[in-house]
Structures are given as structure tokens and as C-alpha cells.
Write a protein that binds this ligand. Structure first.
Ligand SMILES: Cc1ncc(COP(=O)(O)O)c(C=O)c1O
Length: 341
């Protein structure tokens, strides 16, 4: 099937491309409609939509993977469904039932099967589900209507030609307030991250690390990814905080560290002044699986972990295991894989 589209699978980046179908469902009068696949990639909405003025919207990101035998599979879509429900709850939007969310993702992948990159290219079909508040509304209050949509785009592997560590600096800004919307995947968190990201780039860093907004002493997030560190005695450590977005990749890596690599796993505070406790560190998320952290710049000094040029052995093992599970080469824990057909 993949031969039907003229795409250079080995040179895909992460940019928008119109695929054939997207799923759209509308909510009004207290319920979601049936929903359907449509070919039009434009939405028509009221100029007074809450999504436009008050940021009443949220989104998700997950991928479909082509396996060696040509099948297509989704990785833990139930977790994305649950996280989207939590995001919706936080900003008073109606929740999409878990099974309807998963079915919508499956329908979109099936309808766009020819865009699912071939096994071995490292490329995947990225799915972007989102909910937006629409309808005529002026005051700061929940929208009268909502749109749920899932579209998809083929994307390249994050690392072309092997994993390479990158350096990060500490942000001068907060990403979220202590009891704000940090744990929800809402657009406002990302609008606020554009300037810190640009400033980090200007200083020559891949991105910035956000410290906890209350005390600015503990690591929270690494750009739009979660942080983990490997201690000198081989423990997998990752920050615990109510203002971190719960990363599905992070929770999957915790399971792999514990059950596949026999490591101790601890979610707890990670103090920026105590980076010495780690021999390796990484950022994790759907986009890259793991981005090895070469070093972190803090107060003018660059703290280097394993190496600025080479990925550490435990980080590599974690990456290989999760990547293998996602592409069907390593046996997955029960329930992690949903076959598309
Ligand atoms: C702020 C933020 N943190 C962490 C993550 C990683 O989450 P996941 O592993 O579910 O992709 C993401 C990406 O979704 C993100 O936007």
C-alpha cells in the first residue's frame, strides 16, 4: 500500500502534510455525535469560540508503527485517551469516551494506511487528537459546543543516523504554576514555552529545562518532555510533581527499567544542585522516545553526565527496548499494543 504515495520515507521531518482523512465529532446539547471521517482539512468555527480567546482546548500526540510483517500498531492509545479526559476535566470540556477515542484513532490510521511509513525507515504515522471549544460565546465561560478531531501526518525518526546527546539550559521562565495546568496537555502551556525555547536556542542549547515553579530548585520538565536520571548505583529516578505533564513514554520506561532491566525505579524530587548523583540523564516523550542529555547549563556551568557526544549504556538499553516494543520487535507488556488490523 505504501507505494501508492510519492513520499521519500527516509527524509521525512516533523512537518504538516495533508493526508486523506481525519475524524471529526461534534458535541452539543450534552452529547457527542456519531463522528465521521472527512476529507476537508479545514474547520469552520465561530469567531467567538472559546478555543480562540480563552485557550479552551487540549490535544494529544501518539504514533502508529509499521511492524516487520507489515502490520500496523498503536502504542498505549488508552493512556492518551485517559490523559485527554483529564485535560478536558481541568478546563471544563466534555470528555471523549476512551473507546471512542481509540476507535477514532484506528479509523484514521486505516483510512490513511498508505501514509504509514514502511518498517525499517524509523518513520511513523503521528496522530494528533484534539478538542476545542467552539460556538458563539463572549464571556469567560465554557463553550456551548465542542469539536473533537484526529488527524495524522507521517513523520521521520527524531534521530537520523543514531542517537546523539544534546545540551540544555535552565529556563528563566516557568512553564506552569504550582497548581496551574501543567499536568494537562492544554495549548496555553505551549504558547508560554515558545519564548523560553527560542532563548535557549539563541544561547546554543537544544531547549530549556523548567524548574518547579514554587521553589526553582527541582527539575520538572525538559522542554516538552519528561526528565529521568540514572544514579551511580543504577536506579532510574524521575521527578514527581503535580505540575508535570504525565508522560506515557516516561511511565513506559519506568516499567521497562523495573521489569526488563531489573532496576530500582523511584519518582521523587530531583534537585538541580545535586546533578552529581546521576551518571546518565535523558528527556523522554513520544517524539524522540529518549533524547540523551549531554549536559545541563546552570548558573554559568555546564554539568556533563555520561558524555556530550555518546549515549550512555543504560539510556541506550532503555531506548532500544521501548523502540523495539513500539515497532513490534520486542514482546510488549499486556495491553500496550493495539493492532490496527
Ligand atoms: C510538556 C510535555 N511533557 C512531556 C511530554 C511527553 O509525553 P509523552 O511521553 O506522553 O509523549 C510531552 C509530549 O506529549 C509534553 O508536551
Amino acid at each position: 500500500m505504501s507505494k501508492e504515495v510519492n513520499i521519500d520515507w527516509n527524509n521525512l521531518g516533523f512537518s504538516y502534510m495533508k493526508t486523506d482523512y481525519r475524524y471529526v465529532s461534534r458535541w452539543s446539547d450534552g452529547e457527542w455525535d456519531e463522528g465521521k471521517l472527512v476529507t476537508d482539512n479545514k474547520l469552520s468555527l465561530s469567531e467567538a469560540s472559546t478555543a480562540l480567546h480563552y485557550g479552551q482546548q487540549c490535544f494529544e500526540g501518539l504514533k502508529a508503527y509499521r511492524t516487520k510483517d507489515g502490520k500496523i500498531q498503536l502504542f498505549r492509545p488508552d493512556e492518551n485517551a485517559k490523559r485527554m479526559q483529564n485535560s478536558c476535566k481541568r478546563i471544563l470540556m466534555p470528555e471523549m469516551p476512551e473507546q471512542k477515542f481509540i476507535d477514532a484513532c484506528i479509523e484514521v490510521v486505516k483510512a490513511n494506511e498508505k501514509y504509514v511509513p514502511p518498517y525499517g525507515s524509523g518513520a511513523t504515522l503521528y496522530l494528533r487528537p484534539f478538542v476545542i471549544g467552539v460556538g458563539h460565546n463572549l464571556g469567560v465561560k465554557p463553550a456551548p459546543e465542542y469539536i473533537f478531531c484526529v488527524f495524522c501526518v507521517p513523520v521521520g525518526p527524531y534521530f537520523k543516523g543514531g542517537m546523539t546527546p544534546v545540551n540544555f539550559t535552565i529556563a528563566d521562565f516557568d512553564r506552569a504554576a504550582p497548581y496551574g495546568t501543567g499536568a494537562a496537555k492544554v495549548g496555553g502551556n505551549y504558547a508560554g514555552s515558545l519564548l523560553p525555547h527560542e532563548k535557549a536556542n539563541e544561547k546554543g542549547f537544544a531547549d530549556c529545562i523548567y524548574l518547579d515553579p514554587k521553589t526553582h530548585t527541582k527539575i520538572e520538565e525538559v522542554g516538552a518532555a519528561n526528565f529521568f536520571g540514572i544514579t551511580k548505583d543504577d536506579k532510574f529516578i524521575t521527578p514527581k510533581s503535580p505540575s508535570i505533564l504525565p508522560s506515557i513514554t516516561k511511565y513506559s520506561l519506568m516499567h521497562i527499567a523495573e521489569n526488563y532491566l531489573d532496576m530500582e525505579v523511584v519518582e521523587r524530587d530531583v534537585h538541580i544542585e545535586k546533578l552529581d548523583e546521576f551518571k546518565e540523564a535523558g528527556a523522554c516523550g513520544t517524539a524522540a522516545v529518549i533524547t540523551p542529555i549531554g549536559g545541563i547549563e546552570y548558573k554559568g556551568d555546564l554539568h556533563v553526565f555520561h558524555s556530550e557526544t555518546e549515549v550512555g549504556p543504560i539510556t541506550k538499553k532503555l531506548y532500544d527496548t521501548l523502540y523495539g516494543i513500539q515497532f513490534g520487535d520486542v514482546e510488549a507488556p499486556e495491553g500496550w499494543i493495539v493492532e490496527v488490523e
